[in-house]
Design a protein. Structure first.
Length: 73
C-alpha cells in the first residue's frame, strides 16, 4: 500500500513539474523597459525574467523529484 501511495505522489509531482516548467518557459516577456518606442513591438526582443527562470527551475525540480520517487523501490 505504501508503494502505491509513493507512485501516486511521484506522479502528481511529475505532472505538476511538467505543467509549471512548461508554463514558465512559454511565458516570456516582450517588455524590457521599452527605452525606444519601436523596441517594444519587436517580437525578436524578448527575455525571461528572474521570476520566470525561478519558476522554471522549480518545475524542473518537481519533475526530477517525481521521477526519483517513482523509480525508487
Amino acid at each position: 500500500m505504501k508503494e502505491v501511495i509513493k507512485k501516486y505522489f511521484g506522479s502528481i509531482l511529475l505532472l505538476a513539474g511538467i505543467f509549471i516548467a512548461t508554463y514558465a518557459l512559454l511565458s516570456f516577456s516582450y517588455n524590457r523597459g521599452c527605452l525606444l518606442p519601436g523596441e517594444c513591438m519587436n517580437p525578436v526582443v524578448y527575455f525571461y525574467s528572474d521570476e520566470v527562470r525561478l519558476l522554471a527551475a522549480f518545475g524542473l525540480a518537481l519533475f526530477v523529484a517525481g521521477l526519483l520517487i517513482i523509480k525508487r523501490k
